[in-house]
Design a protein around this ligand. Structure first.
Ligand SMILES: [Zn+2]
Length: 137
């Protein structure tokens, strides 16, 4: 499986990550017909180096805005300023929607490393992470 995502969104997402470094950035990506076309920057209310949380009010607004634009929320992205582009234990506790794609922008190296994952939940106990795509910048 692969995902379609516009170059502009990839740029916006990596720029957001760089602008907030060393704090983790986060946001939603939306699109239609299987292609991600639109980025929604979100506030990381944790304001942390190693985890993030959305502001529920802002989240509600984005859900509304996306719907009004005829877009579907397809992915949640966040950055790992100092660590690899892998979902952390902390991430897995919070990110558990099997219908979402989870994208991580790692800034650990000079070149940003962007990877997309899906959570596959066969049962409460049996949860695996699947690498969906390595996104070229
Ligand atoms: Zn993370």
């Amino acid at each position: 499986m692969n995902i379609k995502i516009t170059k502009q969104v990839i740029r916006d997402m990596t720029n957001h990550a760089k602008a907030l470094k060393p704090i983790e950035c986060c946001g939603y990506l939306a699109g239609q017909n299987g292609e991600i076309t639109t980025q929604f920057e979100m506030t990381n209310v944790d304001n942390s180096f190693e985890h993030f949380s959305f502001d529920p009010k802002e989240q509600f607004q984005v859900v509304k805005d996306a719907r009004n634009q005829g877009l579907e929320l397809m992915a949640v992205y966040h950055s790992h300023p100092e660590t690899p582009a892998r979902l952390s234990e902390e991430d897995l506790r919070l990110l558990n929607d099997p219908n979402m794609i989870y994208i991580i922008v790692s800034l650990m190296n000079r070149e940003a490393d962007v990877k997309a994952y899906k959570i596959v939940k066969k049962s409460e106990e049996d949860v695996t992470i699947e690498l969906v795509a390595i996104i070229e910048i």
